[in-house]
Design a protein around this ligand. Structure first.
Ligand code: LLP
Length: 472
């Protein structure tokens, strides 16, 4: 969170708390934040060769527009940078069948975190051996589906689960490969990491308490399970390698402990996801190549010191692949100047909000937003983009500068909304979920269609037979 002095002066005027300095150009489309190649054409924001005004004419608002080439070049960049390692895309950040097929074509794996994500990947034709199933409370049905599909690995997270999975695999006469999710005592978010404590959370087996070693022992003693390796995920939106370094060191140390205790050298380690992206011009993300080189070096060094063979390393980027390629476009409905003690804030209401982007309300996330249907040289004003939900915390972009003539009917585009926005969307206030439209070579095609009221009401047994679409 940013701290600003109350009521700073701006061009002789007082401006509201919280807002940063006015950017040199509020119409600018910063390539650091927007999908590669995004620009203004005749003043209109253009992504993947399509003007957002044309995309909106075809698909409406609010809508997510996903630059397909940008998505694919990011996943291919990870795949190429992590040469000799494995990349499992974290499907929780955004998943649909087209994404699954792209990942398959490009040779990545997928980390699925529920029976639903697993079913989507399988129904989309993804090879089960390149799937990894996660979750701290996988049901017997989810485990059974994964075992029956022959998923490549299940990341076990509790002693209850080890026993449950062992029983399911034994019943079917199969040996299920697993990794053990361990808690290495590191938690990293954004620029900070803490290398002690943070054991007090629901995921994984603690290394320091001895549970991680005990879990490995239990799996090793179970005929229906094959212990492939150890898994550690330390956090999200990380800009700093130091947390990964500590994590890698502790994972390798446990490999050595297990070798000494049981005479086995496990063939795999997974260091999780969490690489940060640029939501604003100030964010400075790591490059996949840099991360790959650094992880490779740390693991090799630690293994040499412990006289261990270097295991196969995998990672699970979600946001770093799915976040930057997608933008959300909204239509402005109302514009309301609110006079405060220190200046005026322009509340700009759009036709979506916390139901399509809960991240600002939930994590105080920051986003970049521009006027998309035109540029304007009107004097910039301190603004706040809010949604249409019945809740004052329904904020999409907390503080930004917008041209002062922003008005109803204008389009606003928010950058880098591909991760954890559509994936965490809800129907709060009975708003249908927006579509996700893939854009390539100037052409938009629907990947996920807009939800309709009929879709939502189909679940309400008291409304059976009232489907308007069918009635037509
Ligand atoms: N692997 C595991 C085991 C994870 O739990 C996660 C994310 C990832 C990989 C992918 O992390 P990423 O590379 O996307 O940061 N809803 C939050 C993020 C929750 C992340 C949960 N686990 C947000 O919107 O920021």
């Amino acid at each position: 969170m940013r701290a600003h002095p109350a009521g700073p002066l701006h061009g002789g005027l007082q401006i509201p708390d919280g807002i940063g300095p006015q950017p040199a150009d509020v119409n600018a489309v910063d390539p650091h934040v927007w999908p590669h190649g995004a620009r203004r054409t005749d003043g209109v924001l253009t992504i993947a060769g399509a003007k957002v005004t044309d995309l909106v004419a075809d698909h409406g608002t609010p809508a997510f527009f996903l630059d397909e080439d940008a998505f694919r070049s990011r996943s291919r960049d990870f795949q190429a940078s992590f040469d000799g390692m494995d990349v499992f895309y974290a499907g929780k950040s955004f998943l649909c069948s087209s994404v699954v097929r792209w990942l398959d074509e490009d040779g990545l794996g997928i980390d699925v975190a529920s029976g639903g994500e697993l079913a989507l990947a399988l129904r989309s034709g993804f090879p089960a051996e390149r799937l990894a199933l996660h979750g701290n409370n996988k049901s017997a049905a989810e485990l059974t589906a994964a075992v029956d599909a022959r998923v490549g690995r299940i990341i076990v997270d509790s002693f209850d689960e080890i026993d449950r999975l062992a029983g399911i695999a034994a019943e079917r006469g199969v040996v299920q490969p697993v990794q053990i999710r361990i808690t290495v005592g590191v938690e990293a978010h954004t620029h900070e990491f803490i290398a002690t404590a943070h054991e007090d959370q629901k995921f994984g087996f603690s290394v320091s308490s001895g549970d991680a070693a005990a879990a490995a022992e239990r799996v090793l003693a179970t005929d229906s399970l094959e212990l492939l390796g150890l898994h550690s995920h330390i956090g999200s939106q990380i800009f700093d390698l130091s947390g990964f370094e500590v994590s890698a060191r502790r994972v390798v140390a446990l490999l050595a402990t297990l070798r000494d205790a049981h005479g086995v050298e496990l063939p795999e380690i997974d260091l999780g996801g969490g690489l940060g992206i640029a939501y604003t011009s100030d964010d400075d993300p790591l490059e996949p190549k840099q991360v790959a080189a650094s992880l490779r070096e740390i693991v090799e060094r630690e293994c040499a010191a412990a006289r261990l063979a270097v295991p196969r390393v995998s990672v699970e980027p979600g946001r770093a692949i799915s976040g930057p390629p997608t933008i959300t476009v909204y239509e402005v409905g109302t514009v309301k100047p609110v006079v405060l003690d220190h200046g005026t804030r322009l509340y700009v209401s759009v036709d979506g909000g916390m139901s399509d982007n809960i991240r600002t309300a939930l994590y105080d996330a920051e986003y970049t937003c521009v006027l998309a249907n035109r540029e304007s040289d009107a004097r910039p004003v301190a603004a706040r983009i809010v949604g249409k939900h019945c809740e004052s915390g329904d904020i999409v972009v907390r503080d930004l500068w917008l041209p002062g003539d922003v008005r109803p009917g204008d389009l606003l585009a928010v950058a880098a909304t591909g991760a954890y926005c559509r994936a965490m969307a809800s129907n709060y206030n009975m708003l249908p979920k927006p579509p996700v439209v893939g854009v390539k070579d100037g052409v938009g095609s629907v990947l996920l269609r807009r939800e309709t009221l009929d879709d939502m009401f189909a679940l309400d047994t008291g409304l059976a037979g009232t489907n308007e679409e069918e009635a037509r």
